[in-house]
Each structure stands twice: as structure tokens, then as C-alpha cells.
Design a protein around this ligand. Structure first.
Ligand SMILES: [Zn+2]
Ligand SMILES: [Zn+2]
Length: 350
């Protein structure tokens, strides 16, 4: 049996092709994909190519996804059955190293991830290897959780990882720089945690409008205002308790330290382009203000389950973040739009 898949053959060489439906071994399961979301890291891989993959060894992209269990291998180590609605956490480790046994398989040196180094979900079907089945990467969805929202739970779980570091407390002032999906999720979690002032900064007026549409309690500040002056005014000279950089721009990491309050927490959430990863920071700001500067990457399985719980209980609506949905054939068009920073999230539906 054949299926359609969005595969990367090299830099700027994404093709919609017909490939065989994956065969599963006895300890594996097969998922019929219903929703797969496009992510900033997909854009980066499309531009640069995926390491280890080329013309002769293409990679099916897509790491944010949900669907139905189609087939369960006879000896698969799980309670799943065909027809179960599920979403899949994309990262899984070896299961036995120190990181894995401490519940941080996403930091395993030997980690694998759908759409990153094994075939992903921009395809009608995706095979889940035994390790991922056994470790609990496949989560059953509650009835009220849509496939689209469940797909976007992946970046949301990564945001939860950063959020846990930031220790947002009731009444805190929070600044999020970058109004993409990630920035918006950070701002929403800060609001849910009881932050007093939540500000989102971005150059795009359209994105800031989307932020206000989703949560009118979030204050937005555009590129026409000086962030230092704005910070002084809105925090009465104290600076922000928590700052998240959610855009791949070195200058915002630099300025973020200046905008932080004494005892502030600054999270460099968004990575920087490879050729611009060295940034000069005024470390005296960290010293004299007792700042905690951190970063996070990916998410643990526990964090993935935790944010799925936010969707089940309805405290977070991720469907509101979906700008457009369409069939796999729309993928190249969605990539173009996302590259121009139009909209928030694009979801391929099957
Ligand atoms: Zn992603
Ligand atoms: Zn490991």
C-alpha cells in the first residue's frame, strides 16, 4: 500500500511523494496521522537540509502530530488498541542512561525524534518504534481534545519546560520577546500562573493583533517603542521579574539582561542561527542584579503529559493558535507563509 509523504531531499528540496506505508515489527505500532503542525525547526531544516539525510536518503518531516492507532504489533508493550485517538511526543532516548532514568529522555545523547532523525508525520501513516511505545511516547487523547490542538501540544510542552525554569509567581511582571506560537504560549502560561503584568514584544503588528485577539489581558508593544523606556514606565523602574526571548535574534538576548529586575529570571528559549551564536553579554548585570539566566530545549515526557492535561481540562485553548489547515499538498504554501512570519500555526490534516 502506498501513501503520500512530505520528504526532505536536501536544502530547499521538499517534495510531496508517494512512498510505501511503513511495515511494523511485532513490537511496534502504526499511527494514522490526522494532524501534523509546521514548526520553526521544520523551516530551519528545509533551508539547511537535515543532517545525515540527502537525495538518496530523504527524511519525512513533521514532529508535532496526533492521529489514530491503526495497527498494534502482537507483542507491543502497551495498552493501545486500533482506533484509539492519540498524540505522540516526538523525542525518545535510550531508556537506560542517567538522563533517561531521571525522566529526561529528551536530553539523552542517543535520542531519536520523529521528523528530526527518523521519519515523521507529514505522511498519512507513521511507525512508532518499540522504544517509544514502551517509554510512553504515545498518549491517549481525551474526547474534547482536537487532533490539531494535540499536535500543537508538542511545542507547548517545550514552553512548559522553559516556564518551569522561570518560576513565574503571582503578581510577577513578565516580558516575552517574540510573538510567534512559542511567545504566545509563554505569555498564556504566565497569565495562567497569575503574573500581574504580561507583555509581548514583536516587530509585526499583525502578530501582536493575534496575541490580543487570543488574550486581551496581554499587553503588546511593537517595534516603534524603545524597550528600555517602555520597561521603565510599565514596571516603575524595577524591570521585569521574568523575561523570555522567543526569537532567534542575538540583540534581544543582549538587551534582555538590561530589562530584568533584581532577582529576575531570564530564559533564552529560542536558539540562535549557527553563524550568530556568540553574543556579548554584560555579565555584571547578572552579578549585581542576582539574575538567573537559563535556557531549555525540547521537553520531557512528563512535561508533554502535563500540558496535554491543560488541554483536557480546557484551561488552555490551542485551537485558537491555528491560522490555517489544509491537506499535505498545501505544505509548500504553508512553508512560504510561515517564512514570512505570517500567521501563527499551520496544520496539515489527513
Ligand atoms: Zn516543533
Ligand atoms: Zn538515554
Amino acid at each position: 500500500m502506498m501513501m503520500k509523504a512530505g520528504r526532505l531531499y536536501g536544502p530547499e528540496d521538499l517534495r510531496i511523494v508517494s512512498v510505501p506505508v511503513p511495515e511494523i515489527a511485532d513490537d511496534e505500532i502504526l499511527i494514522r496521522v490526522r494532524a501534523a503542525a509546521l514548526c520553526g525547526s521544520d523551516l530551519r531544516m528545509i533551508q539547511q537540509g537535515a543532517s545525515g539525510f540527502d537525495e538518496d536518503h530523504p527524511l519525512t518531516l513533521g514532529h508535532e502530530f496526533a492521529g489514530d492507532v491503526e495497527k498494534v504489533g502482537q507483542s507491543a508493550d502497551c495498552d493501545l488498541k486500533p482506533g484509539d485517538r492519540v498524540s505522540v511526543a516526538p523525542n525518545f532516548g535510550c531508556g537506560t542512561c542517567d538522563f533517561c532514568v531521571s525522566g529526561q529522555g529528551h536530553l539523552c545523547a542517543d535520542y531519536q525524534a520523529f521528523g528530526i532523525n527518523i521519519d515523521g508525520a507529514f505522511a498519512e501513516y507513521v511507525k512508532v518504534p518499540a522504544r517509544a511505545v514502551r517509554q510512553g511516547n504515545v498518549a491517549v487523547l481525551d474526547d474534547g481534545v482536537s487532533y490539531g490542538a494535540a499536535a500543537i501540544n508538542e511545542p507547548f510542552s517545550c514552553v512548559q519546560n522553559g516556564f518551569e525554569r522561570n518560576q513565574v509567581r503571582p503578581g510577577d511582571s513578565v516580558l516575552v520577546i517574540g510573538a510567534g506560537a512559542i511567545g504566545l504560549m509563554h505569555a498564556r502560561l504566565a497569565r495562567m500562573a497569575g503574573a500581574g503584568t504580561v507583555v509581548v514584544n514583536d516587530l509585526s503588528a499583525e502578530r501582536l493583533q493575534a496575541v490580543r485577539d487570543i488574550d486581551s489581558g496581554i499587553i503588546t508593544v511593537d517595534g516603534s517603542q524603545d524597550l528600555r523606556d517602555f520597561t521603565k514606565a510599565i514596571t516603575k523602574g524595577r524591570g521585569f521579574d521574568v523575561i523570555v526571548t522567543a526569537a532567534p535574534v542575538p540583540a534581544i538576548q543582549q538587551i534582555s539582561l538590561e530589562l530584568a529586575a533584581v532577582n529576575g529570571r531570564v530564559c533564552f528559549f529560542g536558539g540562535l542561527p549557527r553563524d550568530r551564536q556568540e553574543v556579548t553579554l554584560n555579565t555584571n548585570l547578572i552579578h549585581y542584579r542576582q539574575l538567573i539566566v537559563s535556557g531549555t530545549t525540547r521537553a520531557s515526557l512528563a512535561q508533554y503529559r502535563r500540558t496535554l492535561g491543560y488541554l483536557s481540562t480546557g484551561v488552555m485553548d490551542l485551537d485558537a493558535l491555528i491560522t490555517a489547515r489544509g491537506p499535505l499538498e498545501k505544505l509548500p504554501e504553508f512553508v512560504r507563509q510561515a517564512r514570512q512570519a505570517q500567521g501563527i500555526k499551520y496544520v496539515i490534516e489527513f
